[in-house]
Design a protein around this ligand. Structure first.
Ligand code: AMP
Length: 246
């Protein structure tokens, strides 16, 4: 369920969405690691036809290609720490100039610090744009670790579908249902790294909940098996909410 503000909503209505409006939306996915940002952003991308941009995916691509940026990012990511602001902000600044995101973007994993959020506001303002909606995902902490260690991702960069061995297993072990490529486990999806990633979230990223709440942009949803709400269910709620309110 999705609700404006910090407390999650219990009731939602539905309406046809105006495609023109949707296309011009800038959406931010906020939430601790393992809450389903990537899964939901992937579904929204298809349904709303707005490109998903994940800073984590960009870093992983550079790591795979062994670029200087990739080596630098890996030294932080492998420890569960955030990549420094100047590097990450510069990366997003360049990405925002590309043609495909001129009429809308779903930012998945950015911003992760108040500094990043402030710089994003400036970047968008300079183009007469703004953040339209921030989807704040929460999952009980005990479920997060379980979700992360069971996460498997499609190794095909064009597909990147996310599975969970317990909650959303692939039909054939180790193989992506969608494209048939090999499924892999992210190097930072280990119990040890998850704890540092959660610390980074609580110390550096969670202040963004208040940042966007004060601006009236925050919409919260709980992703938890305890209430039968997985990423795909929340994605449906988000689409419905956008249809009705934007
Ligand atoms: P994700 O795929 O979003 O879980 O990101 C994986 C890792 O990449 C994070 O744990 C961070 O180390 C790094 N990262 C991704 N996005 C950012 C960001 N906006 N700021 C700093 N580090 C980031």
């Amino acid at each position: 369920m999705l609700k404006k503000g910090i407390k999650p909503l219990t009731k939602l209505g539905a309406k046809f969405f105006d495609k023109e409006d949707i296309k011009n939306m800038n959406i931010i996915m906020l939430g601790a690691p393992g809450t389903g940002k990537g899964t939901i952003a992937g579904i929204l991308e298809k349904k709303l036809k707005i490109p998903q941009v994940s800073t984590g995916d960009i870093f992983r691509k550079h790591m795979k290609e062994g670029t200087e940026l990739g080596k630098l990012a890996e030294s932080y990511i492998s420890k569960g720490a955030l990549v420094p602001d100047d590097v990450t902000i510069g990366l997003v600044e360049d990405r925002l100039k590309e043609k495909d995101v001129q009429s809308g973007i779903i930012l998945d994993g950015f911003p992760r610090t108040v500094k990043q959020a402030e710089e994003l506001d400036k970047m968008l303002e300079s183009e007469n744009k703004k953040v339209d909606i921030v989807i704040n995902l929460t999952t009980p902490e005990e479920e997060i670790i379980e979700r992360i260690v069971n996460r498997r991702v499609c190794s095909n960069q064009e597909c990147k579908t996310i599975f969970n061995l317990q909650l959303n297993p692939p039909k054939q072990e180790g193989i992506c249902d969608k494209c048939g490529s090999e499924l892999v486990q992210r190097k930072d999806d280990t119990v040890e790294t998850v704890k540092s990633r959660l610390n980074s979230y609580f110390e550096q990223t969670s202040p963004l909940v208040e940042y966007y709440e004060k601006k009236g942009k925050l919409y919260s949803a709980v992703v938890s098996k305890s209430i039968n709400k997985l990423g795909k269910d929340v994605a449906e709620d988000v689409v419905k909410y956008i249809e009705e309110n934007f």
